[in-house]
Structure formats: structure tokens, C-alpha cells
Design a protein around this ligand. Sequence first.
Ligand SMILES: NC(=O)C1=CN([C@@H]2O[C@H](COP(=O)(O)OP(=O)(O)OC[C@H]3O[C@@H](n4cnc5c(N)ncnc54)[C@H](OP(=O)(O)O)[C@@H]3O)[C@@H](O)[C@H]2O)C=CC1
Ligand SMILES: O=C(O)[C@@H]1CCC=N1
Length: 275
Amino acid sequence: MNTKTIGFIGGGNMATSLMRGLIASGHSPQQIWVSDTVPETLQAHADQLHVNIAADNANIVNEADVVVLAVKPQTLRDVCLQIAPQLKQKNVLVVSIAAGISQQSLALWLGANTAIVRCMPNTPALVQTGATALHANPQVNDEQKDLAENILRAVGLTLWFGDEAQLDAVTAVSGSGPAYFFLLMEAMERAALELGLDEHSARLLIQQTALGAAKIALESAESPAQLRARVTSPGGTTQQAVETFLQHGFVDLVAKALHAARDRSIEMSKQLGAD
Ligand SMILES: NC(=O)C1=CN([C@@H]2O[C@H](COP(=O)(O)OP(=O)(O)OC[C@H]3O[C@@H](n4cnc5c(N)ncnc54)[C@H](OP(=O)(O)O)[C@@H]3O)[C@@H](O)[C@H]2O)C=CC1
Ligand SMILES: O=C(O)[C@@H]1CCC=N1
């Protein structure tokens, strides 16, 4: 298990998922620090997760071996400029989880010599089923690569990408991806109520079906299309539903949505970054 001290700047949704996942996988809360601008958020983390809290980001850099930047992309520049002088005094690995903020921007704000791993996790890290893509700048040594990977692997699957540009696509696929499945679940739940099921039964059936479908997809050697065919009896109910999806442009709609997310990631790097 990782014995390094991990400091989170920003204690919101994603940092909470990562902290909970790390603790659940055996990382000591005493070796986790978190800062945030909202005192109530910090107090909740101290009470519920028993991690160390700091109102000041400087404390995080002082205490941590790895600093995880977990603020919104819009706030990241200010945070980086704030901690940059301190980072120059201390050899700390910086891990940024911000969508759409490039290595180039991070290096400009933090200092060209800073070892930076840019990554794109997702919220299922909360239940140790996350998927994280990572990209290291040339300043990151092998030990630091292992360190970043160990932190993110504690909360799920990790994949390194040599080409940073692919992180925009990853953001559209797996970073935002949980929301697409939740949207489908929401829509199915609404339709199930219309069909006369009660809310409790509908939700349970949909949750278990999503879990089962994901498990089969992970454990089977067959493609999603082959697995779909196994559910679809000729002339049966699934065929009616799938044809309805396809006739109404479901496949194109999904492609459009993912392109829009990818494009937004690129746009954010121009609007909010130094690219
Ligand atoms: N949510 C997700 O599914 C994913 C998010 N990400 C990335 O993770 C990052 C965080 O996202 P998310 O957790 O959803 O965002 P949140 O808004 O939930 O969390 C960010 C937290 O940082 C706090 N904060 C703001 N300014 C500072 C500061 N100067 N110092 C310390 N803390 C500060 C915010 O407070 P306040 O609310 O007052 O601003 C907030 O509590 C983003 O960059 C996002 O792109 C990546 C993958 C998935
Ligand atoms: O919506 C967002 O911008 C962030 C990045 C991926 C998931 N949430």
C-alpha cells in the first residue's frame, strides 16, 4: 500500500470520490490532506473521512508528497499561481484531474520543472470502479509515475496515454461517461413508471440490469453487438425496442454527444488555459 501523503486542493465531488476510494482500499486517512474554500465541506471530510483538513492550500503543499489539483478548471490557474513559488522549493509530484487543462498550461502556471501527471478519472472511483487515463510530462520520473498510478489504481482501472491530445476524447468517453448511463437509467425509470411499475421496483430492476449488463460485457469475450444479439429474440420484445432506438437516430445521437463533449474539452483548454 501507498505510504505517501496525498494532498487534495479542492474537496468537491471528484476529490471526495478519490478520498473515499483510497480509504476503502486501505490508504490511511491520516496520510490524506484536503483543502477547500468552504469550511463546512472541510468539516464534513474531517468528521466522515477522518482526513486532515486545511483552509490554506499552502499547508497542502507543505504536508504532501503528491498534490492533487481537484478544483474546477475555471479556478485552476489561480490555484497554480498561488502554490507555484512553494513548489519551486520542494520536489512534489503534481497530479491534475481538471478537464481540458493541458500540460502546457499547467507547466506555465506551476513552473517548467514541475513533475506533472495530468489525468482524467471518473466518479465511480467512489466505489473503486473508476477508470482513469494518465499522461506524464517529461519531468515525471519512474518512481513518480508508479506513485501516480498507485493512487489512481487504488480506485479502479488505470491507462497511460503517450499522446496527451487523446485525453480530450477520454474525457468525453469515460470522464463524462457515468452521466450518460445515469441519463439512460433516468429515462428508463420514467418510462417504467409510465408502464405502471412503482418507483422502488423500477429503480431496483434498472440498477441490477445495468450492473448485470456491465458485468457480462467485462467478463465476456464477445463484443457489445454480440451480447445484444443474445438478448434479442427474433420477432420478440427487444427487437421492437432496439429498432425503435435505431429508427430514431440513437447511434448518431450518441456520437454527436461524445463529439460535443470532446470539443468542449478542447475549447476549455483554449478558453481557460494558456494554449
Ligand atoms: N465530477 C466529475 O465527474 C469529474 C471531474 N473532473 C475534474 O475534477 C475537478 C473537480 O471537479 P468536481 O469535483 O466535480 O468539482 P467541485 O466543484 O465539486 O469541487 C471543487 C471544489 O474546490 C473548491 N475550491 C474552489 N476554489 C478553491 C481554492 N482556491 N482552493 C481550494 N478549493 C477550492 C470548490 O469550492 P466552491 O464550490 O466554493 O467553488 C469545490 O468544493 C474539475 O477540474 C473537473 O474537470 C474530472 C473527472 C470527472
Ligand atoms: O463535466 C465535466 O466537465 C467534468 C469532466 C468530466 C466529468 N465531469
